[in-house]
Design a protein around this ligand. Structure first.
Ligand SMILES: [Zn+2]
Length: 297
């Protein structure tokens, strides 16, 4: 578990799993770009042998006397075409409880989008049924994203790596009466607002936090590796709308610089977050210095 503080908000991570030592070549960045940025990329975001690691983790926020869960990972016991995600059995709930928060204490669950690794623990399997993991929470689903994944929705398009996710992780929440379908922009608490960040998926959103004049953005999969902020055209993996994804990254860069905000994406390894700054002509994503803790395993 790692901890980050922003104003009066306490932010803790819950790790489900990590994919380590991926070749940075997956990003298709030219070698000169990697060299030009090596000084701040290494050691956290560029590891030995020019590799990088992705965490699959949830953020647990305590702010405004509320507990908010962001992006509850893949979940246990689910079939998946990619072997590393197939039928996971991780001690996620035990790690979650180690934050001092119990699942029944959670007030809101927010999924930046509905890929398998961002909404899985919405539910868990009990007596052969998928039931809500956070029984007292309101689950905030952005309507545009919901309609993109609802098999009866106009925007629905199947992708094999998300097979069955709607049925296991979204539909049971709706049937339990715990889902709130919200607009692209939605105020959650005085400090927290959902905002559109489309592209990676059609209804992808981020959560912005403002507390005591400090700002942080939970950006989900707007980018997977910080080089994509330096060069927004770099793409990693599949994406619903590449042009929108690039535009969203550009907007995030402009705002992150202007507001000196801490940017906390879904998948970065420790210290999990960073701030954009200009170093002469060069744009730098400086790793967060305030995070404590490390990987739990
Ligand atoms: Zn993801």
């Amino acid at each position: 578990m790692s901890q980050i503080n922003i104003g009066s908000a306490q932010i803790r991570s819950v790790l489900e799993m990590a994919l380590t030592r991926r070749p940075i070549a997956y990003l298709a960045a030219e070698p000169a770009l990697i060299e030009a940025n090596r000084s701040w990329l290494a050691p956290h975001f560029l590891e030995e042998g020019d590799t990088w690691s992705l965490n699959f983790q949830t953020w647990v926020l305590q702010v405004d006397s509320k507990v908010v869960v962001v992006d509850p990972c893949t979940g246990n016991g689910r079939p998946h075409p990619i072997p590393q995600f197939d039928r996971l059995e991780t001690p996620y709930i035990e790690r979650f409880c180690a934050t001092g928060v119990r699942p029944e204490d959670v007030d809101y669950v927010f999924c930046t989008h509905m890929h398998h690794d961002h909404c899985g623990w919405n539910t868990q399997l009990r007596d052969g049924r998928w039931v809500p993991t956070f029984p007292n929470a309101r689950y905030l689903f952005v309507r545009r994203e919901y309609e993109r994944w609802d098999p009866n929705g106009a925007d629905y398009r199947a992708v094999d790596y998300n097979d069955g996710v709607y049925e296991r992780s979204i539909q049971p929440i709706v049937e339990a009466g715990l889902a709130d379908l919200v607009m692209d922009r939605h105020r959650v608490t005085p400090s927290l607002e959902i905002e559109p960040a489309h592209g990676h998926t059609l209804g992808h959103a981020m959560l912005s936090l403002q507390s005591e004049a400090q700002e942080a953005y939970f950006t989900g999969d707007v980018f997977h590796h910080p080089l994509q902020l330096i060069r927004p055209e770099l793409q990693f993996g599949d994406c619903d709308d590449l042009a929108q994804a690039i535009e969203t990254r550009r907007r995030l860069v402009a705002r992150g610089l202007e507001r000196e905000a801490l940017i906390i994406p879904a998948h970065l390894p420790f210290p999990h977050a960073g701030r954009l700054r200009r170093d002469g002509e060069t744009l730098v994503f400086a790793p967060a210095t305030g995070a404590t803790g490390s990987q739990p395993d």
